[in-house]
Write a protein that binds this ligand. Structure first.
Ligand SMILES: C[S@@+](CC[C@H](N)C(=O)[O-])C[C@H]1O[C@@H](n2cnc3c(N)ncnc32)[C@H](O)[C@@H]1O
Length: 266
């Protein structure tokens, strides 16, 4: 499939301000001994993202960024390949991989056209990677191609509800600010002056019905959809981007993110 204009735009973004922002915070994630997920740090013990039998499995991370999810999987004994389109994000990932003494592969490439053979992976994962930044109509068929029959795909993305309520600046509230049926490019409607640091980048967030249809067309069966909420207590307000935040009051009523666990037909 031809490389899309979105890929070039997002590569530029992630080789620029995206890497400037994410590089300096990568070490904290690498140092984490317990994986946790999403804005509220949902513990792995509750999310169950990493299968208990992951040791020895062939794993691909699609949009691995600074590589901390790949690192968690490699530490659990998986044979990991991390793929990312951004050379600068991969530079950070390589430096930390070498510093932490882990031996997994890091490959520069587009998650919609991965330079690996068919059916060579048992598990594919994306955490705010291809799951948000690559067209699902490109990367989900590619994940299906890369997985062996019976292989599992797990991905984390913002919930469509969160994407509909997220303001350009300020705290998320209960108003719907954009339609569900435009979420393929939730930021695409914004004029240049409000793009800020996200200028020129494209995010994707398919509505549930379209996503389920796409997964099924590509031979995936949905095993679980986990909706992430703020924990009890006072976890404080979280930054989603440089310009927008979400507080626990919102995130106890509605999900900020969701984790999809799907399996390729055997
Ligand atoms: C928020 S970061 C991913 C977070 C990641 N879990 C980490 O460890 O940093 C998003 C990543 O998706 C990558 N990306 C965007 N479009 C992509 C594409 N088409 N193929 C592969 N990677 C892509 C970006 O380069 C960026 O590194």
């Amino acid at each position: 499939m031809a490389r899309s204009a979105d890929v070039a735009r997002n590569q530029r973004y992630w080789d620029g301000v995206g890497a400037d922002a994410h590089g300096p915070v990568a070490r904290g994630h690498w140092e984490a001994t317990e994986p946790s997920w999403g804005l509220w740090g949902t513990p792995e013990a509750r999310a169950g993202v990493i299968p208990a039998d992951i040791a020895g499995q062939r794993v691909i991370e699609l949009g691995c960024g600074t590589g901390y999810v790949s690192a968690w999987l490699a530490r659990a004994g998986a044979r990991v390949v991390g793929v990312d389109v951004s050379a600068r994000q991969l530079e950070t990932a390589r430096a930390l991989r070498d510093e932490f003494g882990l031996g997994f592969a890091l490959v520069q490439g587009d998650a919609g056209r991965v330079p690996c053979r068919d059916g060579v992976f048992d598990f594919a994962i994306s955490e705010y990677g291809a799951s948000l930044w690559c067209d699902p109509h490109r990367w989900i068929p590619e994940a299906a191609r890369l997985l062996a029959p019976g292989g599992r795909l797990v991905f984390l993305r913002p919930s469509p509800l969160f994407a509909m309520c997220l303001p350009e600046r300020g705290e998320v509230g209960p108003e719907l600010l954009r339609p569900l049926f435009g979420l393929r490019r939730p930021w695409g409607h914004l004029p240049d002056e409000v793009w800020g640091r996200r200028r020129g980048a494209t995010e994707f967030n398919l509505p549930h019905g379209e996503l389920i249809g796409l997964l099924r067309e590509n031979g995936f069966e949905v095993e679980e959809l986990l909706e992430l909420a703020a924990p009890e207590g006072d976890p404080g307000t979280r930054w989603f981007s440089d310009d927008s935040t979400v507080g626990p009051a919102w995130a106890r009523q509605w999900p900020t993110e969701e984790i999809w666990k799907v399996r390729r037909a055997g």
